[in-house]
Design a protein around this ligand. Structure first.
Ligand code: ADP
Ligand code: ASP
Ligand code: MG
Length: 422
């Protein structure tokens, strides 16, 4: 008998029929003697629908007051899901109870729309488990120190599930989704992508942070910090498949590097089309420039990703960086109205139609020439690289968005991922 957390994503919760299947699967685990906590997302499309309603009323909801209301609105999708799932479990003859984030003390900071979980009070959950109930807890939401509802950023139910698993010291957290594990790249873009039976925590962290939305980055961070055993698997297998077979399926995130992993130079390819590039042209090349440009952006609470400063000509240089595409308009305005006049720079040009493609692998630590192989594969396809960023276990390039799929496929081939066994 183990203490298990299941998380079900939006597609898995997409209709009453699918919710019934989730309930049957959870009931199977509970009847096998496991203590069960379930964290579902909103039904597919629901969070987008809710945020769309908000956008109709306020297209640029940037103020703290407005963002508070966005969270009030978006969090309701998960409240509907937990109620429906608890009902479906009761209809299966199980004892089940649903809770919202605040009812089980999921405390966060007050960064609305991207709040961070600070603590979870596990008393109520433990009491229900002791009483033999399946506990169903909302994903995606929490409560800030003032008692306002917060949300954890898109894809945040993964993080709720792992944080709950850490708080109750669960034996394993199973993330059920619409693919049967973590693949070498998004199987929707590269049909030849292969499922990995294991992936190291470090690699999963990079893949998630570089755009593989199969797991939200913070869920991987939590799993690492609290050593939560984490597995990604399919919710679309028949609910009554053998439990032991199901428990071994999918992809396990591992904390130790095994021999097989060391062999693969590149384990996966991630991409992100949510970024936009800005360039400040004709910046006087003197100390403090990077600080003055990026400091102003950071003060507006906007995250910056890849940065490039070009060599100078005649005492002037160009300075480029990327931000989230949602922040593109705001940053352009900020640069034009504040930074350009202050620095005496020439002007700002922007390109929202870029994307970032990255290769990830712990094998890169011990192999040379990996980046060169990446650049060769891209050049053979005639793809121009606009920016480059590297770390120990990844290399990212910024390219024109229209070449994204071509680049991902070319790199998947170049690093022989098509043929790699799971
Ligand atoms: P859920 O609603 O279950 O949280 P998501 O849509 O958030 O599901 O995440 C699952 C999706 O992640 C898959 O359908 C797939 O298209 C995408 N994805 C991106 N990169 C990968 C990858 N490397 N392996 C598997 N899936 C990936
Ligand atoms: N429902 C939220 C979203 O669509 C959270 C999640 O699905 O993980 O982003
Ligand atoms: Mg998700």
């Amino acid at each position: 008998m183990a203490l298990i957390v299941h998380k079900y994503g939006g597609t898995s919760m997409g209709s009453t029929e699918r919710i019934r299947n989730v309930a049957k699967r959870v009931a199977k685990w509970a009847r096998a003697g496991h203590r069960m906590v379930v964290v579902p997302s909103a039904m597919s499309g629901e969070t987008n629908r809710l945020l769309g309603l908000a956008k109709d009323l306020m297209p640029d909801a940037h103020s703290a007051q407005a963002q508070r209301e966005l969270d009030m609105i978006a969090s309701t999708g998960e409240q509907v899901s937990v109620g429906l799932l608890a009902l479906a479990l009761q209809a299966e003859g199980m004892q089940a109870v649903s809770y919202t984030g605040w009812q089980v003390g999921i405390r966060t900071d007050d960064s609305y729309t991207k709040a961070r979980i600070q603590s979870i009070d596990d008393k109520r959950i433990q009491a229900d488990l002791d009483a033999g109930r399946v506990v169903v807890i909302t994903g995606f939401q929490g409560i800030d120190p003032d008692g306002s509802i917060t949300t954890l950023g898109r894809g945040g139910s993964d993080t709720s599930a792992v944080a709950v698993a850490a708080a109750i010291r669960a034996d394993e957290c199973l993330i059920y989704t619409d693919v049967d594990g973590v693949y070498t790249t998004d199987p929707r873009v590269v049909p030849e992508a292969r499922r990995l039976s294991t992936i190291s925590f470090e690699e999963m962290l990079e893949m998630a942070s570089l755009g593989s939305k199969v797991l939200q980055i913070r869920s991987v961070e939590f799993a690492g910090k609290y050593r939560v055993p984490l597995r990604v698997l399919s919710s679309f297998t028949p609910w009554d498949i053998d439990l032991n077979e199901e428990a071994r399926s999918g992809t396990l995130i591992t904390f130790e590097e095994d021999e097989k992993m060391e062999k693969a130079v590149v384990s996966g390819i991630a991409f992100n089309r949510d970024e936009a590039k800005l360039t400040v042209l004709g910046v006087p090349d003197k100390p403090g420039i990077a600080y003055q440009i990026l400091g102003a952006v950071a003060d507006a609470n906007i995250d910056i990703d890849v940065i490039i400063q070009n060599v100078s000509h005649d005492g002037r240089t160009d300075f480029s960086f990327t931000v989230h595409r949602n922040d593109f308009k705001r940053v352009t305005e900020l640069l034009e109205t504040e930074v350009v006049p202050k620095l005496g720079a020439s002007r700002v040009i922007g390109d929202p139609r870029i994307c970032k493609v990255s290769i990830v692998g712990i094998g890169m630590k011990s192999h040379v020439g990996v980046a060169a192989r990446m650049f060769r594969a891209l050049s053979e396809e005639g793809i121009n690289i606009q920016m480059i960023s590297t770390s120990e276990i990844k290399t990212s390039v910024v390219i024109d968005e229209k070449y994204m799929e071509l680049a991902v496929r070319a790199l998947h081939r170049a690093f022989e991922l098509d043929g790699q066994a799971a």
